[in-house]
Design a protein around this ligand. Structure first.
Ligand SMILES: Cc1cc2nc3c(=O)[nH]c(=O)nc-3n(C[C@H](O)[C@H](O)[C@H](O)COP(=O)(O)O)c2cc1C
Length: 215
């Protein structure tokens, strides 16, 4: 792809860049800074150290930040009911969500644990974490147990940096012959710019661009 800056710096300040890619002219329009990294997960985070405290919050601002040791982050607004539960217990579980859990994922993201027992309302099953007191959602294909290491106030959200201390995988997605966990079969959902999506067709695997072709 060749990138041609059309015109002068003043033209660029009009927020337009014209590119040529396969003979198509692409135009970019600059927007004010915003949160536009998509797609993201829409995960159900479970928290609470005793049954009376158990809560669920839907989060998308999250990610992996280190492979070894395995670490991740979630960003939570201090006004969320879950915020203090996570802060005080120092633990949470990231439950990945699939198509069957899509309704609960949205609902838990618009209702507060101040007003509802979300596990009960969504008929989700709380099972004990292995390494944390926070519950795991039995129905989730993959539950990532986390212990908070550091909390960084950033502005609207505080970032909880955490160690991954255990992962619970749903055995329905583990091939009994190969012991391989098949995340594709879990039919995970993604969140992009206000909408939820099913994941589409696989278009390649890690490193396929440099893989040697079998003769
Ligand atoms: C798809 C989706 C993603 C969300 N992501 C976040 C997030 O990253 N951080 C956050 O603080 N709130 C996020 N929310 C909002 C909370 O889930 C919502 O305010 C929820 O009702 C809080 O529940 P609680 O009061 O029981 O803690 C999200 C909501 C939805 C639907």
């Amino acid at each position: 792809m060749s990138l041609l800056r059309t015109g002068s710096e003043s033209r660029r300040s009009e927020n337009k860049i014209v590119c040529h890619f396969n003979d198509i002219i692409l135009k970019k329009v600059s927007w004010k800074p915003g949160t536009m990294i998509y797609p993201l997960p829409a995960a159900l985070i479970s928290c609470g150290s005793s049954e009376a405290d158990y809560n669920l919050i839907t989060l998308s601002w999250m990610g992996t930040i280190c492979s070894n040791p395995p670490m991740c982050y979630i960003s939570v607004r201090p006004e969320r009911h879950s915020y203090h539960i996570i802060k005080e217990s120092g633990e949470f579980v990231i439950n990945l969500t699939n198509e069957e859990m899509a309704y609960a994922t949205d609902w838990c993201g618009v209702k507060s644990g101040r007003d509802f027992n979300k596990f009960k309302e969504m008929k989700l099953t709380a099972v004990p974490g292995e390494k944390v007191k926070a519950p795991v959602i039995a129905e989730s294909p993959l539950a990532i147990e986390c212990k908070v290491k550091e909390i960084i106030p950033l502005g609207s959200h505080d970032m909880f940096i955490a160690d991954v201390v255990n992962v619970q995988a749903d055995s329905r997605f583990i091939d009994p012959l190969t012991d391989k966990f098949d995340l594709e079969k879990a039919r995970l959902i993604a969140y992009s710019h206000g909408h939820y999506y099913k994941l589409g067709e696989e278009i390649g695997k890690f490193g396929w661009t440099v893989e040697k072709k079998k003769k």
